[in-house]
Design a protein around this ligand. Sequence first.
Ligand code: NDP
Length: 336
Amino acid sequence: MKYNAIIIGGGAAGLSAALYLARAGLAPLIFAGSPPGGQLMLTSEVENFPGRESILGGELIDVMRKQAQKFGGIIVDENVKSVGLVGAGRDLPVQHTIESASGKIYQTKALIIATGAKALWMGLDSETRLRGKGVSACATCDAFFFKNKIVAVIGGGDSALEEALTLTKFASKVYIVHRRAEFKASKIMQKRVFEHEKIEIIWNSAIEEIIGEKKVEGMRIKAVGVGRDRPVQEIKLNGVFVAIGHRPDTDLFKGQIELDQKGYVLTTTMYALEKLKAEGLKLKDMKFDVGYQTMTSVGGVFGAGDCVDHVYKQASTAAGMGVQAALDAERYLEKI
Ligand code: NDP
């Protein structure tokens, strides 16, 4: 089966791209995955998606799906097993191949990768059971629900410290539980955290269990590393924010498009930013096409959402990038 455009990913980025490509009359095929919907399906209330005062994550995805379908988007709730991306001249027509989990083969001239990222979790049963009931992986999304409450953040990188600082705007006290005795985060973030009166750091510790049946009521922490013989400690609190990193869902594309060290998809914009950071941008070095900001290292293959962006990671920014990728794909299809 041949398509003008295929999108892999049925979260905020993929469905926004689908809406634009559908409205452009390109009848895109969307592999929404199984189960479909991305990280929004794991959140409860979403109050920071512009245009909606409050909406359940699942409901937001449902509306986005209907909106894409209304204009001719074709959604398949199936995973993709493999892809065959053809590197050709940037404005030459090529057919990329997609094999679905059920073994069907699809071909497309333009492909948008919007496979998202998954928050990493500690792997405790109590963490899984209480997810959405006081356990979260996104302070920007959920801090508001912890006004005058006590919370803990797990992790020692920039995400954890940023989450902790966000939480201080609402919570009465924020613990940071870190498995070592120093943070990995940038010095400026560390300084802000050390100076904040609401934050208490518990070094060399890991959560053994999050306590609570229907909602979070406390945490039991054990000593790890230095001073391992300290006794297990129980602390009463209302929320636990896990910020131990994310992992982009990009294994499918390894060896076929350029990914960064952590596996995030490099688009023209992200490649330029990496270069800028590393050595100062030299345009002559760029094999990415500056004419399409969301194009990857393979012509006709675009990237959008959390599989590209490891900084903003919001449903609304993913949706925006999905729109950019759709507009780039549309322009590309007109040109070839
Ligand atoms: P990182 O990988 O940088 O940090 C993860 C942290 O979680 C580490 O401190 C790690 O401990 C800890 N950790 C990992 N696994 C476990 C576990 N199983 N149990 C307990 N703790 C664990 O991820 P981040 O999400 O913080 O950052 C990712 C990237 O994004 C970084 O490059 C970061 O700089 C960047 N970023 C930048 C921001 C900004 O500039 N504003 C904001 C957020 C992220 P250990 O230290 O022992 O390895």
